[in-house]
Write a protein that binds this ligand. Structure first.
Ligand code: UT7
Length: 333
């Protein structure tokens, strides 16, 4: 599903992110499961991840990130007309985490709902809100990727527990004024024939958690890593190429690629295939691991706040996750 021209241009007016204080290092994990810092760093690039405190929910992480994005955008909570939270770890199955965020922010005029598109959710939310703003339905939107993956991690499975972390990233989208940057092109896709590669099998209607299966870890993430790896490289490369082409850009025009932060080997493979030099690819997974929907949003905020790109620069975001899902966006900052 693709998009190029809109009636009204839409820009990113502010970004924000928040990660919990508690750092869980590779060494600490190696004391609990049969793994090592060497294996984790070599195979993934991850050094440490953040873990939310007990009583700290996804909406709390999301709200903290959102406040920073609002502040940078120079908007008040009451100016926001749409809140979309992308998450696979909602505070509650219903109501949506976005409703908890709306209340916490005092964004009483905003329509608020969640979307579930795993690691691709933040860019799905970007495309949805861009369209709703460019169609004239809303002026200002807040999109958030937020996860407390520590609550759905099987801490005895070394093949997954070393990968994930908690955090949130947010962006405020609004109508662009003449001369401002804009979201130039977007792309998103899904392959539902591969749901089994990465899933939380239990806890829904297909497999409710019962007193009989409660100890089987069905409510935790399971993944066929090698298969997911292969699809991640191919799909992200294709999605990024599509938005670059639609934007009319060349690889050498791109100041920064911000990919989903799951595995440094995947990121390196994509940079190679897109012919973008590694120094123009933003990486922070060594600090946070894979935070699913939050990952690209946190990376965008860190890159923005540390001056990795400046006004007018061309940047590409590209993500991949369970579903399987993928998405990309070409943004003139
Ligand atoms: O966010 C959504 C998208 N997710 C992704 O994109 C993740 C994609 N997949 C990956 O990043 C990689 O497949 C993993 C990092 C998950 C795994 O890396 P891999 O190079 O594909 O390793 P593997 O699963 O093939 O395992 C290689 C070996 C196995 O041992 P044997 O069978 O060769 O003896 C595993 O049992 O490494 C073993 N292993 C570990 N060893 C130490 C698996 N996990 C660990 C571990 N520590 N934590």
């Amino acid at each position: 599903m693709s998009e190029t021209k809109s009636v009204i241009d839409v820009c990113i007016a502010g970004t924000g992110s928040y990660v919990p204080e508690r750092i869980l290092s590779n060494e600490e994990l190696a004391a609990k499961v049969d793994t090592s810092d060497e294996w984790i760093v070599t195979r993934t690039g991850i050094k440490e991840r953040r873990i939310a405190a007990e009583g700290q929910f996804t909406s709390h992480l999301a709200t903290n990130a959102a406040r920073k994005a609002l502040e940078q955008a120079g908007l008040a909570a009451e100016d926001i007309e749409l809140i979309i939270v992308a998450t696979i770890t909602p505070d509650t199955p219903t109501p949506a985490t976005a409703c908890h965020v709306q209340k916490a922010l005092g964004a009483s005029k905003a329509v608020a709902f969640d979307i579930s598109a795993a690691c691709s959710g933040f860019l799905y939310a970007m495309k949805i809100s861009k369209r709703l703003i460019s169609d004239g339905a809303f002026k200002n939107a807040l999109i958030i990727g937020a996860e407390k993956l520590s609550s759905v991690t099987n801490w005895s499975d070394r093949s997954t527990c070393v990968l994930f972390g908690d955090g949130a990233g947010a962006a405020v989208l609004r109508r662009a004024e003449p001369g401002e940057g804009s979201i130039v092109a977007t792309e998103m896709g899904t392959d539902g024939s591969l749901t089994h590669l990465l899933e939380i099998p239990g806890g829904g209607t297909a497999c409710p958690i019962t007193s009989e299966n409660v100890n089987d870890n069905l409510q935790t993430l399971s993944m066929l890593g090698k298969e997911v790896f292969k699809h991640a490289v191919n799909r992200m490369k294709e999605a990024a190429e599509k938005v670059i082409e639609r934007a009319g850009w060349q690889p050498e025009d791109i100041a920064c690629v911000i990919p989903h932060q799951a595995n440094l080997r995947i990121i390196d493979a994509i940079a190679d295939r897109l012919a973008v030099p590694n120094e123009r690819v933003f990486v922070n997974l060594h600090k946070y691991g894979n935070t699913s929907a939050a990952a690209v949003a946190i990376a965008l905020d860190e890159a923005n706040r540390t001056g990795v790109f400046k006004r007018g620069d061309k940047i590409v975001l590209v993500v991949f996750g369970a579903g399987l899902t993928w998405a990309a966006a070409a943004i003139e900052w």
